[in-house]
Design a protein around this ligand. Structure first.
Ligand SMILES: CC(C)(COP(=O)(O)OP(=O)(O)OC[C@H]1O[C@@H](n2cnc3c(N)ncnc32)[C@H](O)[C@@H]1OP(=O)(O)O)[C@@H](O)C(=O)NCCC(=O)NCCS
Length: 440
């Protein structure tokens, strides 16, 4: 069918029923045996009718011109992440789907093109997606962000738990209420100012997570708080039921202060274990273990009983403009060079991305500006170029997914001019811990 048969348009609140029906009949069909998925339908309806950060026009719809009906769509969930305290606008793409009878018409490709144009215009530098292996590479995405990979702790390896809910150090874990929203937002703000990559929520978003979703919503999670008396010291976010394989999933865990972790991990693990056993009774399904959707370096994991290792997964990430990303990172680069006591001895540093180049301007050794310029034909031999870095490697460096030495080991075409440049770029791009529970 020719592309003239379809129109790409933004979503509308009035699409809720149709889009819920469309996605319920095409997403996660393996889990329902081909029947409509009620969790998907409830999620789509929730996103289109009363989500604190999603507007109907965040959906893009391919409409069949003849019938006016939506036959394909996706949604970009806009959110502000924090990289070492720097606000980074991100869009997570979800609910990509085309009705079976309309597949093969490049509708997904057209929807992504329209979405990417919109983000370029709106200044959203990063898009992320989790999904069909390889498919999104064709649309400009690359694995550039760690996701998941912490070991599963089998139920048998979890400590026996008594019914008492207060630990010897006075910390308790209890279900969150909407009254905890401000305290949870304050914890997110504090954690956002650490060195990690995080997705902080404000109080409105926390209220939505705690009490705003329908019980069928596939994205509904349970929030629990770590409390010391009336003082909220941290939180835990886990699944509302056991998975098909009997696992309790953990999506996020945070402490107000890093120093609280050694006391917090025990009560958090005990709470999750108790819940897993309760769910086993109510669901009449065996509780097989805890499955954290966290990276292995997360503090809760480092303080947990050892489990069965799993291969890490990743987020596909895309940026339309790596130089813009580098320019946004200026405050982070400045503070990293400052912390390493490094001052660049020349007025500029030119990083060529094999096409375009980033010009970093310095005054008295301090970074002052990052601007895009034309690259040279042969950056690796050009005397005014300090480093040549492929754009895909720069994306990985910018997000702290790979350090500069790792990039040097894996990208033979990443070429710093001299040891001093290498030293500066190594200090500029350390590994960044990922503590992302995306907004959806
Ligand atoms: C994946 C999906 C959205 C593709 O829709 P579409 O509109 O037909 O996609 P396009 O026409 O733009 O396809 C472009 C290419 O992707 C390929 N493709 C389609 N589905 C694919 C899949 N599941 N895995 C790998 N490649 C796929 C097509 O074969 C086509 O390849 P070609 O260029 O070599 O011919 C659709 O198959 C679908 O709705 N699947 C079920 C829901 C789903 O899995 N969504 C993704 C969740 S992450």
């Amino acid at each position: 069918m020719a592309s003239a048969h379809y129109t790409i348009r933004p979503g509308r609140a009035s699409d809720a029923t149709e889009l819920a029906r469309l996605h319920a009949s095409i997403q996660l069909q393996g889990a329902t045996g081909g029947k409509p998925h009620p969790g998907i339908a409830a999620w789509v309806e929730g996103l289109l009718t009363g989500h604190p950060t999603v507007a109907p026009e965040d959906f893009l719809v391919a409409e069949e011109t003849a019938t006016g009906r939506p036959v394909a769509s996706l949604v970009g969930l806009r959110q502000n992440w924090s990289l070492a305290g720097l606000r980074l606008p991100v869009a997570q793409i979800e609910l990509v789907g085309t009705a079976p009878e309309h597949r093969g018409n490049r509708l997904t490709e057209r929807l992504f093109t329209a979405l990417h144009e919109q983000y370029a215009a709106d200044g959203v530098p990063l898009q992320i997606i989790e999904g069909i292996p390889y498919f999104y590479r064709r649309l400009g995405y690359d694995y550039a962000l760690a996701n998941d990979g912490a070991a599963v702790v089998p139920a048998a390896a979890l400590p026996a738990t008594e019914e008492k809910t207060t630990s010897p150090n006075g910390l308790t874990v209890r279900p969150a209420t909407v009254d905890d929203a401000e305290a949870l937002a304050a914890i997110d703000q504090r954690v956002a100012n650490s060195t990690a990559l995080t997705c902080p929520r404000d109080a409105l978003q926390w209220r939505h997570e705690i009490a705003g979703r329908s019980s069928a919503d596939l994205a509904r999670r349970v929030v629990a708080v770590l409390a010391h008396g009336t003082d909220i010291r941290g939180y835990l976010v886990h699944s509302a039921r056991l998975s098909a394989t009997g696992e309790l999933l953990v999506f996020a865990a945070a402490c107000n202060q890093p120093a609280d972790w050694p006391q917090a991990a025990g009560p958090m693990q005990a709470h999750l274990t108790r819940l897993g056993r309760q769910y086993q009774l109510s669901a009449e399904q065996p509780f097989t273990g805890l499955r954290p959707i966290l990276t292995p370096d997360h503090p809760l994991i480092r303080l947990s009983p050892p489990g069965v290792p799993r291969r890490p997964r990743g987020w596909y990430v895309r940026t339309s403009d790596p130089i813009d990303l580098l320019a946004r990172l200026q405050p982070v680069l400045r503070s990293r060079w400052h912390a390493a006591d490094l001052r660049w001895p020349e007025p500029t540093m030119v990083i060529d991305l094999y096409g375009r180049a980033a010009r970093l301007d310095f005054t008295d050794g301090e970074l002052k500006a990052v601007t895009a310029t034309r690259g040279t034909t042969s950056p690796t031999t050009d005397p005014n170029t300090h480093a040549a870095i492929p754009p895909s490697a720069l994306l990985q460096l910018a997000l702290g997914h790979r350090t500069f030495p790792e990039v040097l080991n894996n990208w033979p075409d990443c070429l710093p001019r001299d040891p001093l440049t290498e030293h500066f770029l190594t200090a500029a791009f350390p590994q960044v811990p990922v503590q992302i529970w995306p907004t959806n």
